[in-house]
Design a protein around this ligand. Structure first.
Ligand SMILES: Cc1ncc(C[n+]2csc(CCOP(=O)(O)OP(=O)(O)O)c2C)c(N)n1
Ligand SMILES: [Mg+2]
Length: 354
């Protein structure tokens, strides 16, 4: 291997026309695969709804959609339990929903309603639901990574085998605090799973304009941390890597880094496919859409005769009806009282908030 090879993603992961075939599902449990298909559809359709409602002018907060990236959160969430501590960032609808965060809570939150998961005070980029282990998303790039690392330290001190998960993008890899977090997690052998969603872009800037290489697992390897670089649009591959990493962390084996290669179908913020913060996107999207995580799982199930395309269409309709009904409930929910505006800003000693 040359030094240049070490900088670049292996196995053609960065080639848009690779990885189009149905995913490998040998040895997987059919029920789990169908659940995962459903979970990906819920995320996709919830985000499509949010996109439509931004276009319709009903949602006023910025919404960063991860359509096309659903397999990552669904795979990573599969070995997690509610006492684990999961942190996201600005593009975290999938992280929240895949853990079991409610669609009603998400829709009400992006509409600023009191029934939202953050009581309507946060919007799309400040999601939170402690009951499912989602301890928060924040829009400051890289900022939740040290917090997740600290949560990993807390989990280790608690000694119950819980883990922390930190989701971030390729752009966040350019933040110093992320590298400090990798170092500390490795030095203290913390149970943290670092999940890097490498979609090649930080807003409109391609990784080739920002870094000398496009492999991000290289930074973990520099710390001696076990690292995976894999097809993030393969829910089964994501599940297997997450299971191994979580098992290692629960058993005291320290942190892992999972680089999940993917692509976002919509622009950096908002529903448009043709623009990234005012800059026109390239033509890659058409090719990348063939690496669709949903279609490749349906294709694998259909090829084995485990699930017909008719059954997939019926599931699609069922999920769409649920999404439409959740949206209607969120739209009629009340706004928070103005007097409550300063609530939830500080945690008070001994409990409660102000
Ligand atoms: C510290 C900081 N710098 C810049 C921004 C503006 N910003 C928001 S998202 C983003 C791109 C992040 O890219 P990446 O981490 O790859 O995540 P992706 O959007 O691809 O999911 C930028 C530059 C920010 N929110 N915080
Ligand atoms: Mg990115």
């Amino acid at each position: 291997m040359t030094e240049h090879d070490a900088l670049m993603l292996p196995d053609h992961l960065d080639q848009p026309d690779a990885y189009r075939a149905p995913i490998a599902i040998d040895g997987a449990d059919l029920e789990v695969l169908i659940e995962q298909l459903r979970a990906m559809l819920v995320i996709r359709k919830a985000e499509e709804k949010i996109g439509d409602m931004v276009t319709a002018g009903k949602i006023r907060c910025p919404a960063h959609l991860g359509i096309g990236q659903e397999a990552i959160a669904v795979g990573v969430s599969s070995p997690l339990r509610a006492s684990d501590r999961v942190f996201g960032a600005h593009r975290s609808h999938s992280h929240f929903l895949a853990l079991g965060g409610s669609v009603d809570g998400l829709f009400a939150e992006v509409l600023g309603r009191v029934t939202g998961s953050s009581k309507g005070m946060g919007g799309s980029m400040h999601l939170f639901d402690q009951t499912v282990g989602f301890l928060g998303s924040v829009p400051i790039v890289g900022a939740s990574v040290p917090v997740a690392t600290g949560a990993g330290l807390a989990a280790k001190m608690d000694g119950r085998g819980d883990v922390a998960v930190s989701y971030f993008g390729d752009g966040a890899m350019e933040e110093g605090a992320l590298h400090e977090s990798l170092n500390l997690a490795m030095a203290l052998q913390l149970p943290v799973i670092f999940v890097c969603e490498n979609n090649f872009f930080a807003s409109h800037l391609h990784i080739s304009l920002r870094q000398p290489g496009n492999s991000l697992a290289r930074f973990a390897r520099a710390h001696g941390m076990p690292a995976y670089a894999l097809d993030g649009n393969d829910v089964r591959a994501m599940t297997l890597a997450a299971e191994e990493a979580v098992q290692r962390a629960r058993a005291g084996g320290g942190p892992s880094f999972i680089e999940a290669v993917t692509y976002r179908w919509r622009g950096h913020v908002g529903p448009r496919e043709d623009m990234d913060v005012g800059v026109r996107r390239g033509d890659d999207l058409v090719i990348w859409k063939q690496r669709d995580p949903v279609g490749r799982l349906v294709g694998a199930l259909a090829a084995r005769g485990w699930f017909s395309h008719d059954a997939a269409a019926a599931l699609d309709r069922e999920v769409q009806d649920e999404i439409d009904a959740a949206w209607q409930r969120a739209e009629v929910a009340p706004f928070p009282e103005t007097a409550a505006l300063l609530d939830l800003v500080y945690a008070l000693p001994g409990g409660g908030t102000r």
